[in-house]
Design a protein around this ligand. Sequence first.
Ligand code: MN
Length: 415
Amino acid sequence: MADEGLVENFHGLSASERHFADPIVFWDETLRDGEQTPGVHFTPEEKLRVAEVLSEMGISVINAGIPVVSEEEAEAVRRVASAGLKARILAAARTVAGDVDAVIRSGATHIAIFVAASNVHLRYKLKMSQDEVLAASTRCVRQAKDAGLHVAFVTEDTVRAPFDFVERLYLAVKAEGADRLVISDTVGIMTPLTFRWYLREFHRRVAPTDWSVHCHNDFGLATANALTALEEGVTSPHVCVNGLGERAGNTPLEELVLGLEQLYGIRTGLDLSRLYELSRLVEELSGVPVSPTKAVVGYNAFSHEAGIHTHGILAHTLTYEPVQPEVVGRQRRMILGKHTGKAALVEKLKERGLALPDPVLMDLLQRLKTTAEHRSKAELEAFLREYRELFEQPGISNEQFWKLVDELGLGARVA
Ligand code: MN
């Protein structure tokens, strides 16, 4: 590339001191954890459309859902599993024989068997002892292995569980034949430093060969934590398109992949040029709008308005863009507004072949700024009002819910 040498980069430093897995096995959770985003529901057709793009881009493992959830969910998993996609299709199960059976019947080749591990989950949610959790886990891993499935074993809330129990549990399922061990930061409380310590300790105690991390974004650290995990040799990060998922969501696929490629110089083998198309598809089907300032796929990620910035970009894009928008299938936008400078205006006027003398140019610039400063916000305000109404109560509305109750004739009963 002709631009080489224009900026310092840190690829050498970040990549050489670490031991990244090769290949990195991307495990997409958009259709499972992503669908658990409040108010989100994908039809089987929609799941298939997303899975097709993920697979074409080079994603290795796609979690299509939890077949035991509903008849439609089982149908969705069957549709995705039988579509002949290049990606491996995974379905999830609790440590319950019937759940594992439902995955076996779905046609998925991969299963994720999950159970909670921390004391707070065992005591208040599962009401199971550690020994009971361990027995159910090994039993279900054996059941899935006997059916010929590739088995990932997942604990929820791994990082808040007693380490001695985690060690005992994972060693037991490993001995039972579990192929991939998944560590979850279910409530997103790790930082890169604490996660690094955790993963090294896990590696010392359990010696996994194929291991995954499931990071949540409650403190905005999911991408940083997933990158840390990959630095530590974790083979298979969980990701969600647009960072969908429970609460503040999961590690955004687009951020993790672009970070690996651009900050570490790692070739992921994924087709990055389809990241934006994928993001837009999932935005439409999930109905969850992407924030304008969202990294990589937000409207403003490659937009420039401020005079100093547009001047720099017009002279050379490396001044204010760490990566070219085309890399992720996007285009740069130059926004005219209050902060516009002369350089952007000169460039804009070229669209009509206009080259104005300086005084005229400065007059136009002044008018443009004044217009921008007095632009009505009414349209945006109306849009935001509607947006807030929709998102303050997603899912089934109160009205719909009480109608369901009334239809059962339950309105007259008193507790
Ligand atoms: Mn999760």
